[in-house]
Design a protein. Structure first.
Length: 707
């Protein structure tokens, strides 16, 4: 046994020798010496002997280093498992960094320190357990702290952070001593002022000091604190700390997409009613309901709306953690599953996804009554996600004979909802809008049948790029669909029902792809990957390797490090609009800012305070920014493409004398999918041509005045 362990240590040292040799390319790359014979090397001005010396190092160092460290390898082989594994991990991490950043000091010093510590303390019991997953968020906050302090490259920060965490772990002697260390991530979020969150030293102090102090108070109850509090809070904080919004100081406004919620919110703030006066097509909560509530509390500007969405939206990380915990049965697995979704980019801050995830979690915990109640609320927030969840729970409850409590929860909450809608006079319009108006225009938003990523190839060639994030979700959906079909045909088995629950939701969510090519299920796929590793432990190592390759940590950390070093917009062409109260608190693209400025100019000069305009450019956000009434229910032209709806829009304009102008610019950026608005609603366009005349044009902004 010791001979095999020694062989592993020799292999690690050989890899370290190869790593050092790779780093030496920075040493051998020198200017061409005087008198060097003419050739390509001389023309490029580098020493022609450099390549020979570098290859010689690649040949010799992997052989020499294991021989030179044979005694250390023998000592490590006779020591505890943690010491050997730490050496292997240190070597692999060093190789990882050196392949992207050739630096001899980084190739030698950190790894040598780890090897020395492991050799000296090889017989000490450091109680490494699965709880040591806590070192992952600890490493992340240390990495961010070092980046914030400055003076180090991203590559150097990775190695230094890993070395600090390892040294503190050895000194602390137990993973539970790190129970408070990951909470330093909170100090690096945008809940604090820029100078405070980028200070760095306070977070680093918490990482280094608290484990040393807590080692004297380690207790089994820390397990609950770690599982129920630290892991989810660390995920929430990291999702915030590494976000573009935190790096830039403000979120970016999306002129088109943000109008879907800001226009309805603007109408609600004016006292108008959903479904009657304005159509919340995606759902009452998603399209304006949440935003109106947030702005009533925080102030009626787009920055307040975004701050509320950032705070609440990132609760999805905590909800996903709870769901992953229920599926895998492992808190550490749940943490890694959500982290994987963040690294792969599958995690996005969606308010509309939170309650569906909560409902799925309640179902897995056999809280069917509560799951039914939450599902109805999820439908109110976002109709499509709510329906996916509703159908999923019906199938799952039927299989385990839990239909009665589920239906009770659904019926009770739906009854309360309908009573409230009836009291506010929106019950009838809700049914008409939800089940007639919105479905009737679905075809207007459908894209082409299938638009695969450029990397996708025919089967089986596609397997060569299966772990590319752009390709993986397509393949994952196919695998999940097949697995779901197999499981749903079998009698319920307790260990597979959680997988089936996620599988049904994933398969149903393909409807989002059918319409707008959205792949909403990526976060759930990450949970299934970790479930496979936990359930089939014999395959845990290859699954972990595949997950790491899928996560592309090099790219992720490089981007995070680059963004943490940024101040303000990380790309040119983004500006703040401070002279318009409702536009404060976000970045706008320069083109959008020009449109807003021109619109504000015309509205101020040409319209009275109680007058408004008709938007025929899908620019619903302008009603919110200029504080003008939207004279129709729909915030996009596509929603009134049917002949009946066009006549309704015309009637509304004819009966409203406050409509004094129409915004009619046909620039491509104001259309949906490049289809001209005049082609989508020809009757409305004809009416505009007959009853309005050109009055103002500036850039992309064109206004016609009512005759």
């Amino acid at each position: 046994m010791n001979e095999r362990r020694e062989l592993w240590m020799s292999g690690a040292f050989a890899t370290w020798g190869l790593t050092i040799a790779i780093a030496l390319i920075s040493v051998w790359t020198r200017p061409a010496p005087a008198g060097q014979l003419p050739g390509v090397a001389t023309a490029l001005n580098y020493d022609a002997h450099g390549p020979f010396r570098w290859i010689l190092g690649l040949m010799l160092l992997p052989i020499v280093l294991p021989l030179a460290l044979r005694t250390i390898a023998r000592h490590l082989a006779a020591g505890r498992t943690w010491a050997r594994h730490s050496v292997i991990v240190a070597v692999l991490v060093t190789l990882w960094i050196i392949t992207t950043y050739r630096n001899v000091a980084l190739a030698i010093i950190p790894c040598a320190i780890v090897i020395a510590i492991c050799a000296l303390l090889r017989d000490r019991d450091l109680a490494f357990t699965r709880a040591d997953v806590v070192l992952v968020p600890t490493f992340v906050t240390t990495f961010l702290a070092i980046i914030d302090i400055g003076g180090f490259s991203v590559n150097g920060a990775v190695l230094i952070a890993a070395l600090i965490v390892f040294i503190v772990r050895v000194a602390a002697g137990n993973a539970y001593a790190f129970v408070f260390a990951p909470l330093a991530l909170i100090l690096q979020t945008n809940f604090f002022a820029r100078d405070q969150r980028y200070f760095g030293w306070h977070a680093l102090a918490i990482v280094v000091i608290t484990p040393i102090v807590m080692r004297f108070f380690v207790h089994a109850r820390f397990r609950k604190t770690l599982v129920l509090f630290v892991f989810p809070l660390a995920l929430y904080a990291y999702a915030n700390a590494m976000s573009r919004e935190t790096a830039e100081g403000k979120p970016r406004a999306d002129f088109f997409e943000d109008g879907h919620s800001l226009l309805p919110a603007s109408e609600y703030l004016r006292g108008e009613r959903p479904y009657v006066d304005v159509l919340p097509a995606h759902g009452l909560g998603e399209d304006g309901g949440f935003d109106a509530l947030a702005m009533r509390v925080l102030g009626p500007d787009i920055g307040a709306r975004w701050r509320a969405r950032l705070v609440v939206g990132n609760l999805l990380s905590c909800a996903l953690y709870a769901l992953a915990f229920a599926v895998t049965g492992s808190a550490e697995g749940a943490f890694l599953a959500v982290l994987l979704s963040i690294l792969t980019g599958a995690y996005t801050m969606h308010i509309r996804m939170i309650l569906p995830v909560v409902a799925l979690t309640l179902a897995l915990r056999r809280r069917w009554l509560l799951a039914g109640i939450v599902t109805v609320v999820a439908c109110v927030i976002s109709l499509d996600f709510g329906v996916f969840t509703f159908v999923t729970l019906l199938v799952a409850a039927f299989r385990v004979r839990a239909l009665r409590p589920l239906l009770t929860g659904l019926a009770a909450s739906a009854l309360v909802l309908f009573v409230l809608f009836a009291v506010f006079g929106i019950l009838g319009p809700f049914f008409v809008s939800t089940f007639a108006d919105t479905p009737s225009v679905a075809a207007a938003y459908t894209l082409q049948m299938f638009s695969p990523p450029d990397l996708m190839k025919a089967f089986p060639d596609v397997l060569s790029v299966a772990l590319e994030p752009a390709v993986f979700l397509y393949l994952a959906w196919c695998v999940v669909a097949i697995a779901t079909a197999l499981l749903i045909a079998r009698h319920p088995r307790r260990r597979f029902e959680p997988v089936l629950l996620l599988g049904i939701w994933i398969v149903l969510s393909a409807i989002s792809y059918a319409e707008r090519h959205h792949l909403r299920f990526g976060v759930l796929v990450s949970i299934l990957i970790v479930w496979l590793a936990v359930r089939y432990r014999r395959f845990a190592i290859p699954i972990a390797i595949a997950a790491i390759a899928l996560a592309q940590p090099t790219t992720h950390l490089a981007v995070v490090g680059w963004m943490r070093q940024s101040r303000g917009p990380i790309e040119p062409g983004w500006v703040a609009i401070d002279n318009l109260p409702r536009a404060r608190g976000v970045w706008f693209s320069e083109k959008d800012a020009a449109v807003i400025a021109s619109t504000q100019k015309y509205v101020t000069l040409a319209l009275k305070p109680d007058e408004t305009f008709f938007d025929f450019t899908n620019s619903g956000i302008l009603y919110f920014l200029t504080r003008r009434d939207c004279p129709v229910r729909e915030y996009e032209v596509a929603f009134y493409e049917t002949e009946a709806k066009q006549h309704e829009v015309i009637r509304r304009r004819e009966s409203n004398p406050k409509i004094r102008a129409a915004m009619v610019s046909q620039a491509p950026r104001f259309t949906v999918d490049g289809v001209a608005n005049a082609a989508r609603a020809p009757l409305v366009w004809q009416y505009l041509e007959q009853h309005f005349e050109p009055d103002f044009e500036e850039g992309d902004v064109v206004f016609w005045r009512r005759k």
